[in-house]
Design a protein around this ligand. Structure first.
Ligand code: FAD
Ligand code: UDP
Length: 377
C-alpha cells in the first residue's frame, strides 16, 4: 500500500519504519527543516555542545521492548536526571528527598523520622486530593509547597495550582531516602549522537521517503491508501471549532566560558524569578568535554497561533472542545491521529514509541486503522 505520514517526529518515524519493513511504501512530510520533531538535537555552532533544541529530553522507561528498540538505532549512554532547584536563596535537590527535607528544615532526620515529620506538616483533613494544591498540602505540607511548587507551577501553567489537577504533581515522587534520581524507571539514558541521529537511522529504509519543509494540506492525501497524522488534531480541521489550548515555551540562549551552573537543570521555585528553569546542555552529554557552555532560560506562556504548542492544558473547557474534535476525527475515514499533537496528550518519548508500535501493529493486522488507537479522552 501507499501510505502518507504527517510528521517526522518519533511517532511518524517509528510507524513509518514498521510499515516499511512490512513491505509498504511510506512517504513522510514534515513542516520543519529537520526530522525528530520536538526531540531534535543539534550541535551549537559556537560551543560544539549538543543542544536539545525544543527543551531537555531524558529517555526513561520500564518498557523493555521500547528500550531495545531505541538501542537498535543509537548507542545510549547511562544518564541520570538529577535536578536542582533554587528557592529562598538556597539550592536544593529535587524530587523532594531526605536531603531536601533535612536541608530545608535544618534537621538531621532519618527516614522514619522524616516521614513522621512531613506527615505532621501535611494537611491530613484532605482525604481525596483533587487539585494540585490539595495534593501538595496533603503530601508535603504548606512550607515545601510554597518553596518549590506554588510559584513554579503558576509560571509553568499560568494557572493557580488550586485549578490544576492533582495528576500533574503525582508525576513527582517524595522520597524518604537520599535517592535524587528524578525518574523511577529501570532504563534511563541519553543517545550518544543525539536524538536526531537516532531518528535519521529509524527513517533510513529503502521504502521510506522523507520530504521536509512541507506543510500537509488535506488535499495531499489523494492517492494514498491511508494517512497517519501526528500534527495538531485541531489543525487537521483548520481550527474550525476553535483552538485547543497549549502552553508554549520561549528559550533565551546565553553562552558562558566554563561551567555556568554545575548541573544540567536548575529549576527556580519562586514566582519572582520570571523563568522556570535554566538548562546547561553540555551536562546532558557528560561523556563529552567542552570549554564553552550554552544555556537556555525557559519561560512558559500561553500558546498563540504562530507559536509551537508544547504542553496541552486539558482543563475542563479544553476537554469539551477536544470531545468535539474527536467526534470530527472519528467521522473522517482513512486517517489515524497519532502522537502528542494528534491526540492532544502529554506523552513521554517511551510512551510515544510504544503507541507508535501498537498503531503499526493494528494497521498491519487489519489492513486499516481507526481514527484513534488510544482514545484522547
Ligand atoms: P512531535 O515531536 O511534536 O512531532 C510532530 C511533527 O509533526 C513535528 O516535527 C512537526 O513539525 C510535524 N507537523 C505538525 N503539523 C504538521 C503539518 N501540518 N504538516 C507537516 N508536518 C507537521 N519525553 C521524555 O520521554 N523525556 C523528556 O525528558 C521529555 N522532555 C520534554 C520536554 C518538553 C519541553 C516537551 C514539550 C516534551 C518533552 N518530552 C519528553 C516529550 C517528547 O517531546 C514527546 O514524547 C515526543 O516529541 C512526541 O513525538 P511526536 O512524534 O508524537 O510529536
Ligand atoms: N513542578 C514544580 N516545581 C518544580 C518541578 C515541577 O512545581 O521544581 C510541578 C510543575 O507544575 C510541573 C509538574 O510539577 O508541571 C510536573 O513536573 P515535571 O518535572 O514532570 O514537569 P514537566 O515534564 O511537565 O515539565
Amino acid at each position: 500500500m501507499k501510505l502518507l505520514l504527517v510528521g517526522a517526529g518519533l511517532s511518524g518515524a517509528v510507524i513509518g519504519r514498521e510499515l516499511a519493513e512490512a513491505g509498504h511504501d511510506v512517504h513522510i512530510v514534515d513542516s520543519r527543516a529537520h526530522v525528530a520533531g520536538n526531540c531534535h538535537t543539534e550541535r551549537d555552532a559556537d560551543t560544539g555542545v549538543m543542544v536539545h533544541v525544543y527543551g531537555p529530553h531524558i529517555f526513561h522507561t520500564d518498557d523493555e521492548e521500547v528500550w531495545s528498540y531505541v538501542n537498535r538505532f543509537e548507542v545510549f549512554k547511562p544518564y541520570k536526571n538529577r535536578v536542582k532547584t533554587t528557592s529562598g536563596g538556597q539550592v536544593f535537590s529535587l524530587p523532594i528527598n531526605l536531603h531536601t527535607i533535612n536541608q530545608f528544615y535544618g534537621k538531621t532526620l532519618r527516614p522514619d523520622e522524616a516521614r513522621a515529620f512531613i506527615e505532621a506538616q501535611a494537611d491530613s483533613t484532605i482525604a481525596d486530593p483533587q487539585t494540585f494544591e490539595e495534593q501538595a498540602l496533603r503530601f508535603v505540607g504548606p512550607d515545601l509547597y510554597e518553596a518549590f511548587f506554588k510559584g513554579y507551577t503558576l509560571k509553568q501553567w499560568g494557572l493557580s495550582p488550586s485549578r490544576l489537577p492533582a495528576s500533574i504533581l503525582k508525576r513527582l515522587p517524595v522520597r524518604f531516602n537520599y535517592d535524587d534520581n528524578y525518574f523511577f524507571h529501570r532504563f534511563q539514558g541519553m543517545p550518544e549522537g543525539g536524538y536526531t541521529a537516532m531518528v535519521e537511522r529509524i527513517l533510513d529504509h529503502p521504502r521510506i521517503t522523507v520530504q521536509l519543509e512541507t506543510v500537509f494540506a488535506s488535499a495531499d492525501a489523494t492517492g494514498y491508501d491511508h494517512v497517519f497524522y501526528s500534527g495538531p488534531l485541531d489543525g487537521y480541521f483548520d481550527y474550525e471549532l476553535g483552538r485547543l489550548g497549549y502552553r508554549t515555551l520561549d528559550f533565551e540562549r546565553f553562552t558562558y566560558e566554563g561551567d555556568y551552573q554545575g548541573c544540567a537543570v536548575m529549576n527556580y521555585g519562586e514566582e519572582s524569578v520570571p523563568y522556570t528553569r535554566i538548562t546547561e546542555h553540555k551536562h546532558f552529554s557528560p561523556w563529552e568535554s567542552h570549554q564553552g557552555s550554552v544555556c537556555y532560560r525557559e519561560y512558559a506562556r500561553a500558546c498563540g497561533a504562530d507559536d509551537i504548542p508544547y504542553y496541552p492544558i486539558r482543563q475542563v473547557q479544553e476537554k469539551a472542545l477536544l470531545g468535539e474534535y474527536v467526534a470530527l476525527a472519528e467521522a473522517t475515514s482513512g486517517v489515524t491521529f497519532v502522537g502528542r499533537l494528534g491526540t492532544y496528550r502529554y506523552l513521554d518519548m517511551d510512551v510515544t514509541i510504544r503507541e507508535a508500535l501498537n498503531t503499526a501493529q493494528t494497521f498491519l493486522a487489519a489492513g486499516t486503522a481507526p481514527a484513534f488507537i488510544t482514545a484522547p479522552l
